[in-house]
Design a protein around this ligand. Structure first.
Ligand SMILES: *Cc1c(COP(=O)(O)O)cnc(C)c1O
Length: 404
């Protein structure tokens, strides 16, 4: 029996009762999350399960937008022969190597900043930067749909934390105008991870300049996708690095690897090295991973990947519209189909899986109540044939009342 259905005895310790109750509530609300186990590398077609239970699925839920996740295996292997596995310590003790340095310089050049600093994950980069820069008495203002790591960074900082309605910049402006705090930090995703739409970062930069606030943008889904050669959201909007003074990029999405970085001016990066605790107190990324990331950064310069991706997005949106499917307004690789109720989103996701198509149903609390959706993601590696298979399956399984 799965553990969630076990009801602990009335005299069980309080933590056991709490755990059991929360698990039961999650189940009852159709919000239970579970992992699926891949038995093949990340790719457009993946194998799930083991032995006789294997199934090959056409994958429409990865963030591997340029299809680079499984291309750097040889780079990783040859770097590992030189560097081994572990970095041995944090960057400030003895874990910082020349490949980390080289990757930081390459990322700074690519994104157009004086300096970059590697973090082990994007979650830690966001926690570390917000917590280091915002302090008690300051104001942190964020878009309501920002990534969980940005929200948690603000909570951790103990600054006054306010949110504005998604993309509602007049509301943001009022919050900044009314503030008592001298120091204000405005934080937004570039491309929103569950909606696929894009913040108006030029407008945010203007507002921050007018209101004397610092702007931090998490470009997890924009790096490699937006701007010339995929240089990201700063380049896309033609902003200078002074107008967007703190840039966060991750290496686990379009770059197809693992890790993250902050990019800023030299003084800010030096400050983060001193004060960003998730930078200081954690083991440095394995050097071989940094070397493989350098190889993927080279691959990411190739505009053909972005052209293939754009072609896939254009084709999918056009065909979906013809079928009356109500896609959310998005030009990005994230093309969610809004469903509403958790059960309905789960049912469509399960039906697609019977047709060997994998699209995860995203439910609260990841998204607001009543906005469960199928988060379809497209990549440069999806061919028209793959997209047609998805479209035909959606046509079979999305009920008429969900269509335009
Ligand atoms: C994935 C993601 C992160 C976290 O990055 P990791 O490197 O996976 O920890 C941060 N912000 C956004 C918007 C993301 O989508």
């Amino acid at each position: 029996m799965p553990s969630h259905s076990d009801t602990p005895a009335a005299n069980a310790p309080i933590w056991q009762q709490r755990v059991a109750k929360a698990n039961q509530q999650r189940h009852a609300a159709s919000q239970w999350r579970s992992r699926r186990t891949l038995s093949s590398a990340q790719a457009v077609e993946v194998r799930l399960g083991e032995g006789n239970e294997q199934q090959t699925l056409l994958n429409f839920c990865s963030n591997d937008y340029l299809g680079l996740a499984n291309q750097a295996g040889e780079d990783l292997a040859s770097a590992a022969r030189e560097w081994g596995l572990g970095s041995g310590a944090s960057h400030l003790v003895c874990g910082h190597s020349s490949v980390h340095d080289e990757l930081e310089r390459a990322l700074a050049r690519y994104t157009g900043y004086p300096k970059a600093l590697l973090f082990s994950t994007g979650f830690m980069a966001n926690l570390g930067c917000i917590n280091a820069l915002a302090q008690r008495g300051d104001l942190v203002v964020q878009d309501k749909l920002n990534h969980a790591s940005l929200i948690d960074g603000a909570l951790l900082s103990r600054a006054d934390f306010q949110r504005y309605r998604h993309l509602d910049y007049p509301q943001l402006q009022r919050r900044l105008q009314k503030r008592d705090a001298d120091m204000a930090l405005v934080v937004s995703d570039s491309i929103f991870s569950m909606d696929g739409d894009l913040a108006d970062v030029a407008q945010l930069a203007n507002l921050c300049e007018q209101q004397n606030a610092m702007l931090m943008i998490d470009d997890a889904h924009g790096l490699g996708i937006l701007g010339e050669q995929g240089r990201g959201v700063r380049n896309h909007f033609g902003l200078t690095s002074q107008q967007l003074p703190l840039y966060i990029g991750t290496l686990g999405k379009a770059l197809g690897g693992f890790g993250a970085f902050a990019a800023a001016d030299e003084a800010t990066i030096d400050y983060l090295v001193q004060f960003a605790r998730p930078y200081i107190y954690t083991t440095a990324l394995p050097p071989a991973v940094a070397a493989a990331m350098l190889a993927n950064l080279e691959r990411m310069h190739d505009d053909r990947l972005r052209q293939q991706l754009q072609a896939a997005i254009g084709y999918f949106r056009q065909q979906a519209k013809a079928l009356g499917l109500q896609l959310m307004p998005s030009d990005s690789p994230i093309q969610p189909l809004m469903v509403g109720a958790e059960d309905d989103a789960l049912a469509i996701s399960k039906a697609l899986e019977q047709d060997n198509i994998w699209v995860t149903a995203i439910r609260p609390p990841t998204v607001p109540e009543g906005s469960s959706r199928l988060r379809i993601t497209l990549t440069a590696a999806h061919t028209q044939q793959h997209l047609d298979r998805l479209l035909q399956a959606l046509d079979r399984h999305v009920p008429e009342e969900q269509r335009a």
